[in-house]
Structure formats: structure tokens, C-alpha cells
Design a binder for this molecule. Structure first.
Ligand code: ZN
Length: 293
């Protein structure tokens, strides 16, 4: 059971200007990407590539929105998810309008949603593309389009919320992005008590962080702090595993042991000292957890 108050938590704050910024950029990006999307789907005849175009569209629209939310300093996860959903809906609409425009050699520009639906119905009856000798029509085609809708809106929503919970200094009113990875440390420091001890500010457990030579399993401590006020210090601890995959290539996977734990400047200094120590050297005393930074 985690002690929530010991971790960074987004404040949920945002301003009307921030909201307008995020929405404005999100809408403009969707209009531009939607046009590219419609023409790409119409002009690229390979159904398999179209799958990636659909995924890329939803991802791209959501990613730009997430960045716009960061620019607008929106620290509200639910709000960004909601904006992602709205932008995803708009993306579907723009995508259909642009696609029909491209498919009709620029003859059709149907903006009215009701008319758009009627046009789609007509297309579903006759079919629009073929896979080998199969030309899906009716429900088969609606199913394909349904998957497309779910992918675009789903990805836009998930991506939209993806950056809203990142560390933010409410004192300096800015995102905290001084990520400073330290390590590699030997994985033996990961014990059952490590997380609860760190949550209880028993930072002496960090003495078990012994630097090690790079290997296929190691621990990385990611330090992050606000350089504006030097009042906010965070620590994330990852267990990194490198496996050789089926293609014989190394694949890195990370397991988060703690994420954005609230610590002190002293803890940061100690972790850096431990990381600089050559492997096998005994760790020095760590500062008492009660000393304020
Ligand atoms: Zn600050």
C-alpha cells in the first residue's frame, strides 16, 4: 500500500488562457493532419499501410494536443483526457471530409454531418476498396470503419492525457524537467522493504545502492528537481532489464519501483555520490532524513 502523500501529485489546476491555448493548437493541428490523413488514405492503395496511417493519425493528434496542454500549463489529467476525446471526434470528422474530397477528385466537399452520414451509407452499400478479391460492403465495411473510429478517438484520448500528470512546480509555475539519471546500481538494493522505507523517509536504505558495471539488469535512480526554487526534489527508481529478443537484438524494459517520490536536496546529493563511487566501494553515511534542505 503506497503512501500517496509521499509522491508528487498533479494539482489539477489550469487557467482559461491555458485551456484556450491547448484547444486552439489542438484544433489547428487536427485540421492540418486531417487533410493529410484523408489524402494519404485516398492515394495510398495498400490496406496494410493504411492501418499505420490510422494509428499515426490518432497518435499524432493526441500527441500535439498533449504538448499544447503542456504549453498551456494544464495539470488536470481528466480535462486533458476530455480534450483528447473531443479532438479525436473532430479528427474523425475532418478525416472523413478530407477523404471524400480526395476520393471525389476534389468535387465533393461535404461539411454537413448529416449529409456526410448519408454519403458514407451510399459508399458502404457499394464498397470502396478490395483486399485480394474481397470487396467489403455493408456491415463488414462498417466494422472496419468502426475499428478506425475507435483507434483514432481512443489514441487521441489516451495521448491527450499522457503528459498532464508530469511533475510541475506550483511555486515557480513551471514544469520540472531536469531529469538526471544516476547509475547503474546493482539490483540487490531492491528489497521488500525498500519502497516502504523510502516512503517513511528512512533514506539510510539508499546505502544499499552499490554502483555496478553495466549489465543486463541494473537499477537506475532518476533525479528531478525544480531549478527555479530548489524546493521540489523528486526521485524515481527503475529496475532496468535488457533481454535479447527473437531477432537477436537487445530490448530494454523498465519496471518502476518508485515514481516521483518527494525527497530532499541531500538525498539527491547522496545518490549522485553513490553513483560516482567505483563498484565495490563501501557507501558513506547518508544524511539524516530530518535535516531540511
Ligand atoms: Zn520551483
Amino acid at each position: 500500500v503506497h503512501k500517496d502523500h509521499r509522491y508528487f501529485k498533479p494539482s489539477g489546476s489550469f487557467s482559461p488562457i491555458g485551456l484556450a491555448t491547448a484547444l486552439g493548437i489542438g484544433v489547428v493541428a487536427t485540421l492540418v493532419l486531417g487533410l493529410v490523413y484523408g489524402y494519404a488514405l485516398a492515394w495510398i492503395p495498400f490496406i496494410y499501410i493504411n492501418f499505420f496511417i490510422v494509428a499515426g493519425y490518432g497518435f499524432g493528434v493526441g500527441f500535439i494536443l498533449a504538448y499544447a496542454g503542456k504549453l498551456g500549463k494544464i495539470r488536470h489529467f481528466g480535462l486533458m483526457l476530455g480534450l483528447g476525446f473531443l479532438v479525436g471526434l473532430l479528427a474523425e470528422y475532418v478525416g472523413w471530409v478530407a477523404w471524400l474530397h480526395a476520393m471525389s477528385d476534389q468535387e465533393l466537399l461535404i461539411l454537413d454531418p448529416g449529409e456526410l452520414f448519408r454519403g458514407i451509407k451510399l459508399l458502404a452499400a457499394s464498397g470502396v476498396w478490395s483486399l485480394s478479391s474481397w470487396t467489403p460492403t455493408g456491415w463488414a465495411l462498417y466494422t472496419v470503419w468502426g475499428i478506425e473510429v475507435l483507434m483514432v478517438i481512443g489514441l487521441a484520448t489516451v495521448m491527450g492525457g499522457s503528459m498532464a500528470s508530469e511533475p510541475f512546480c506550483e511555486r515557480c509555475h513551471r514544469w520540472v524537467e531536469n531529469k538526471d539519471p544516476q547509475g547503474p546500481f546493482s539490483p540487490e538494493c531492491i528489497t521488500q522493504e525498500l519502497v516502504s522505507d523510502l516512503e517513511d523517509e528512512k533514506y539510510e536504505v539508499l546505502q544499499s545502492l552499490a554502483s555496478c558495471a553495466p549489465s543486463d539488469a541494473y537499477v537506475e535512480a532518476e533525479l528531478n528537481h525544480c531549478s527555479g526554487c530548489s524546493q521540489l526534489h523528486l526521485m524515481t527508481i527503475n529496475l532496468v532489464t535488457i533481454k535479447i529478443n527473437d531477432e537477436g537484438k537487445p530490448e530494454k524494459s523498465e519496471q518502476q519501483i518508485v515514481q516521483n517520490l518527494l525527497v530532499t536536496a541531500n538525498v539527491h546529493e547522496s545518490v549522485k555520490e553513490l553513483a560516482a563511487r567505483p563498484p565495490g566501494v563501501v557507501a558513506p553515511e547518508l544524511p539524516d532524513s530530518e535535516i531540511p534542505s
